[in-house]
Design a protein around this ligand. Structure first.
Ligand code: ATP
Length: 267
């Protein structure tokens, strides 16, 4: 039967090995999401079946989306990304319908990870019409999440927000987003790991990543990714000048760090 749905899904290739650091977060996700799917008979003894939901929060660029994709990669599941902001811009009625379509698609392509970004976008408005609209959408989301327990086995819902304190409290009740997990900015050792991951397979000239990690306090994973891509660009410019592959040098990375700003500081 042909899939008529307009909702897009993909099968991420990323796994936990691609996510630098965040060991506690990975452990919690393994326990609640991954192992119950891989060893259902063991977890059934505790009344735990595969599926459920999780809410990730933390500063932007520290790996919430990346982690959600890696969860799908770990369990070879389909991945559906819902950008709530886009749904909210639709007419009342249409946005609920659309949200339902996403969940319907997820049920059809199980196992599936459904990732709901910008959850805080819902309910932040002072405008009365908007508030009513938001409430309708929150209700629809609650309906879909409650359905999760009955008919959504092997559907994994991961929500993300930068500001969990603005989240509608109804969404935090048991059976909904009751696992709240902080995705913190990377510590020094984690920054070194992330830099290493982003440079993997690229030509480098005896880089001292430990030093760079020490000099990138408050940089997010996304900031570090930018640093690496700037440094790569400098090396490529030299390549064009010389006609030969030029390794990425400590100076390239140092200059890149200087020209970028740490973005987790203000959060
Ligand atoms: P936002 O709140 O803005 O949506 P986010 O927390 O979802 O941000 P991501 O989109 O997951 O952030 O991260 C942006 C990019 O930064 C990722 O595509 C990834 O390449 C890189 N990145 C962030 N954290 C890590 C990490 N721990 N390990 C490896 N890469 C990371």
């Amino acid at each position: 039967q042909e899939d008529q749905s307009l909702v897009e899904s993909d099968k991420p290739a990323e796994t936990f090995d691609d996510v630098g650091g965040l060991e506690d977060v990975k452990k919690k996700i393994r326990m609640n999401f991954i192992l119950p799917l891989k060893q259902p008979e063991l977890f059934a003894a505790y009344g735990k079946s595969a599926g459920g939901s999780l809410l990730l929060f933390g500063p932007p660029g520290c790996g919430k989306t990346f982690l959600a994709r890696a969860v799908a990669g770990e369990i070879e599941a389909n991945f559906i990304h819902i950008e709530l902001q886009a749904i909210l811009s639709m007419y009342t009625g249409q946005s609920e319908h659309n949200l339902h379509d996403f969940f319907e698609k997820a049920r059809q392509c199980r196992p599936c990870v459904i990732f709901i970004d910008e959850l805080d976008a819902m309910g932040g408005s002072r405008n009365q019409m908007r508030q009513h609209h938001d409430r309708m959408l929150v209700n629809q989301l609650l309906l879909e999440l409650d359905g999760l327990q009955a008919e959504n086995e092997n559907v994994f819902v991961i929500g993300a927000t930068n500001t969990p304190w603005y989240l509608d409290s109804a969404l935090r009740r048991p059976g909904r987003f009751n696992h709240l997990v902080f995705v913190p900015p990377p510590e020094e050792a984690e920054r070194q790991t992330i830099l290493g991951l982003k440079l993997k397979g690229k030509p480098v000239d005896s880089l001292n990543l430990e030093r760079i990690a020490a000099e990138t306090k408050y940089f997010s994973g996304a900031d570090l990714e930018q640093v690496v891509s700037d440094a790569v660009e400098s090396a490529m410019e030299r390549m064009l000048e010389t006609g030969e592959v030029q390794p990425i040098s400590q100076n390239d990375v140092k200059a890149a760090v200087k020209s970028r700003k740490a973005t987790t500081l203000e959060w």
